[in-house]
Design a protein around this ligand. Structure first.
Ligand code: COS
Length: 386
């Protein structure tokens, strides 16, 4: 699956223009009001951003992973709250249905996810199950042709906007094999949302708990129709998500470097531009080199991702997606730190973009698997190899 080069290049141009002309000027308002304005969300629908990764047969744009990463890199060059609005529809919310869903599930949900009419969230994490995803406690108990789901999910991105959740619950015994992935429509009796999380950064993104008390869901809502496969679905979804996040992190690094460079070119001390000092140039150079390394890795891994059969698990590609996420999200942390340093005292003041981006990028090292989880995936893979 991929869009032809010419059409893709037109799409990328429009997204770049949208970021420059619509999103960057709205960054201050998002920071101030902790909300992405509705007219911008409407424009995102119009541009097709919700359906980037959904095949054309379901009304989406049908980008390859390499193309999706190029768009993520572009969307990463503005406040991360904008990408978050479309992020779950492009990635972790929709991909389980796309990879492992039945034909009926795909036909019912994917067109509305692609158009942005339906926002879909991914509900895996729980109060007592974060990195140890196989230990989730949310239970789905069979009751005739239905399941009754009870438990709580934590830090669920876009839960307040969601019309449905891809939700992992335990239908069987302990461990990964006892987990099933369900499509749970929002608004069912027994499903409620916690209060909004007050986060360190990424203002405008929406996360909260999702609490389920005997929520009745038909058995036909198990993704793929077969219980016990949910953990593998979740892991495959996360492999892909990690690659997307690595491209996003590189986009943010590009923006922070641009902000830092602009500041270094205009700020004068000791009678000259601070960027003319070699100690400043050293910081700029390190950021540029690391950004190039991260972005080159994300692109290379995305091409390998595209070369495997769609939806199939591939341990080598999973390991490489973890490498890309580990490197790029740590890299953008260093770039943001240097960005603040280059700005001096101004970098600690909220009027300057680097102050916000410094806080915003901290999350990239945590969600869709912490850096330590990426190291674990890579390390385990290396130790398994002959
Ligand atoms: N693709 C397909 N299948 C996978 C897979 C992948 N990427 N990773 C693991 N699996 C399979 C394994 O092959 C294994 O299957 P079998 O039982 O048939 O052999 C099963 O899933 C269990 O795998 P494993 O034993 O490796 O599971 P662990 O409990 O050790 O957990 C980690 C593995 C730690 C990698 C996993 O729990 C994880 O990614 N945690 C982080 C969760 C996360 O990213 N949360 C973010 C929240 S969403 S924003």
């Amino acid at each position: 699956m991929a869009l032809d080069d010419e059409t893709f290049s037109l799409l990328l141009d429009s997204v770049q223009r949208f970021v420059r002309e619509r999103l960057v000027p709205a960054e201050d308002a998002v920071e101030e009001h902790d909300e992405v304005p509705a007219d911008i969300v409407a424009d995102m629908r119009e541009l097709g951003l919700f359906g980037l990764s959904i095949p054309e047969a379901f009304g989406g744009i049908g980008l390859s992973m390499a193309q999706e990463c190029a768009v993520a890199y572009t969307l990463g060059q503005t406040a991360l709250a904008f990408r978050s609005v479309v992020g779950t529809n492009i990635g972790i919310g929709s991909q389980g249905i796309l990879m492992d869903g039945t034909a009926a599930q795909q036909a019912e949900y994917l067109p509305r996810i692609a158009s942005g009419e339906l926002i879909v969230s991914f509900a895996l994490t729980e109060p007592d199950a974060g990195s140890d995803a196989a230990s989730i406690k949310t239970r789905a108990v069979a009751d005739g042709d239905d399941y009754l789901i009870t438990g709580s999910k934590r830090y669920i991105t876009n839960a307040t906007r969601a019309g449905a959740f891809t939700l992992m619950a335990r239908t069987g015994g302990p461990g990964a094999g006892g987990i099933s992935a369900f499509i749970v429509p929002a608004g069912l009796p027994g499903l409620s949302l916690g209060k909004p999380d007050r986060k360190m950064g990424q203002r405008g993104t929406k996360t909260c708990d999702v609490v389920l008390d005997q929520v009745r869901v038909p058995a036909s809502h198990i993704i793929g129709g077969v219980p016990g496969r949910g953990f593998k679905t979740a892991m495959k979804v996360l492999d892909r998500g990690r690659l997307h996040v690595s491209a996003l992190a590189c986009g943010m690094a590009r923006r922070i470097l641009d902000e830092s460079l602009a500041y270094a070119q205009q700020r004068k001390q000791f009678g000259q531009r601070i960027g003319d000092f070699q100690l400043m140039q050293a910081m700029l150079a390190d950021s540029q080199a690391e950004l190039l390394a991260g972005w080159s890795m994300a692109q290379a891994v995305a091409l390998r991702y595209d070369a495997k059969p769609p939806g199939a698990a591939d341990a080598e590609v999973s390991m490489q997606a973890s490498c890309a996420k580990l490197f790029s999200t740590e890299m953008v942390g260093r770039v943001a730190d240097r960005g603040v340093q280059i700005h001096g005292g101004a970098g600690y003041i909220n009027d300057y973009k680097v102050e916000r981006f410094y806080r915003d990028v901290r999350l990239l090292r945590l969600y869709e698997g912490t850096s330590q989880i990426q190291q674990l995936v890579i390390g385990k893979h290396l130790m398994r190899a002959d």
